[in-house]
Write a protein that binds this ligand. Structure first.
Ligand code: NAD
Ligand code: UFG
Length: 338
């Protein structure tokens, strides 16, 4: 079976490609390299012992997509390609709607034309907005997104539901990721953000390698055990495995299925900091700073549905996540740029 992985040289995509190769799937990556490097393909080969096909291309280009679909039979598409920076999306909404929504529509049109009907979509826990309670499960209402990035996920989910109603040849898995962190234990691939990291874990590891002098913790007056926000951090290798579970589900022709992918455990910002300190063996400097606009107090998931229906259960805890992300950052202080 051949899987087209769009955005496959990115953070989650690259880890998923390894998991796919290790499970005997053939893989073609299509990525426009807007937020990743082609070197990732070499690293994937080094880890998996197999090289995925790589096409430099854009999901918004029918020509690029047809090159892939006409050249080989694609059995399933996993669409990681997208822009994902929350703050940037507020400044550049048109670019986000174009890249993420138009890109997804274009990809689905080509899939239909080429008779490939299995689709996995990278959605996000952000579609739950500020949930009325935690843990959240897949029946919780979606909406109330606070930025265009989150809204692209919400709209694409709706488009996928509408598409299936109109054309039930499609089988679609919507995967709502909680907070992916960590890296492959080899330290050969990992998250490589441009500029100042927006997200917690890469910011911490940049403090650890001396690129930033301290972590700012956004808010210590939330209604939580230690005043800092609670999230459900999931090891990126666990998340990657969730995609293999979802492919197997699609082969049963389930229509549209939705799964939250997390560990079911909420950790505070200070819990995460302490996990990285354990990996580091010394304290990491931090200061409390004002709350960040748009942050919610707590979000973590119920895990029963994914466990029951696709056999997915996260294996790693936050200590493993911190160890592996630190290992990646330590070995690659400048990410993929030497
Ligand atoms: P990433 O930026 O590392 O990977 C995305 C990849 O897509 C990059 O390699 C980029 O070059 C490529 N890309 C972007 N636009 C493209 C286009 N038009 N055509 C072809 N390639 C394109 O991001 P990631 O963290 O690996 O996230 C992957 C997906 O998961 C994204 O859709 C993201 O929104 C979603 N997601 C991520 C998180 C997270 O915290 N990382 C959480 C929830 C959902
Ligand atoms: N945080 C800090 N300091 C930092 C960065 C983050 O204190 O320098 C805090 C945030 O305030 C938040 C927690 O760390 O309480 C996690 O923040 P992240 O930015 O790492 O993650 P978010 O939960 O805000 O959002 C992430 C992705 C979204 C995605 C969401 C759910 O950025 O795209 O997870 O999947 F939608």
């Amino acid at each position: 079976m051949r899987i087209l992985v769009t955005g496959g040289t990115g953070y989650i995509g690259s880890h998923t490609v390894i998991e796919l190769l290790n499970n005997g799937y053939e893989v073609t990556i299509l990525d426009n390299l807007s937020n990743s490097k082609e070197l990732v393909v070499d690293r994937i080969e080094e880890i998996a012992g197999k090289r995925p096909d790589f096409v430099k291309g854009d999901i918004r280009s029918k020509e690029d997509l047809l090159k892939v679909f006409k050249g080989q039979k694609i059995d399933c598409v996993i669409n990681f390609a997208g822009l994902k920076a929350v703050g940037e999306s507020i400044k550049m909404p048109l670019e986000y709607y174009d890249n993420n929504i138009y890109g997804a529509i274009n990809l689905l049109e080509v899939m239909r034309e080429c008779e490939c009907f299995n689709f996995i979509f990278s959605s996000s826990a952000t579609v739950y907005g500020d949930p009325a309670s935690v843990p959240v499960d897949e029946t919780f209402p979606v909406g109330g997104t606070t930025n265009p990035y989150g809204t692209t996920k919400l709209f694409i989910e709706q488009i996928l539901q509408d598409l299936y109603k109109a054309d039930n040849r499609f089988n679609i898995a919507i995967l709502r990721y909680f907070n992916p962190i960590g890296a492959h234990p080899s330290g050969l691939i990992g998250e490589d953000p441009n500029g100042i990291p927006n997200n917690l874990a890469p910011y911490i590891t940049q403090v650890m390698v001396g690129k930033r002098d301290h972590l700012n913790i956004f808010g210590n007056d939330y209604d939580t055990k230690d005043g800092t926000c609670i999230r459900d951090y999931i090891h990126v290798c666990d998340l990657a495995r969730g995609h293999v579970c979802a492919i197997k589900k699609l082969l049963e022709n389930p229509g549209v299925v939705i799964y939250n992918l997390g560990t079911g455990k909420g950790s505070s910002v200070l819990d995460i900091l302490h996990a990285f300190e354990a990996a580091y063996g010394k304290p990491i400097p931090y200061e409390f700073a004002p709350r960040r606009a748009g942050d919610i107090t707590a979000n973590y998931t119920k895990v029963e549905k994914a466990e029951r229906e696709i056999g997915f259960k996260a294996q790693y805890d936050i200590m493993d996540m911190a160890r592996d992300q630190w290992n990646w950052q330590k070995k690659n202080p400048n990410g993929y740029s030497k």
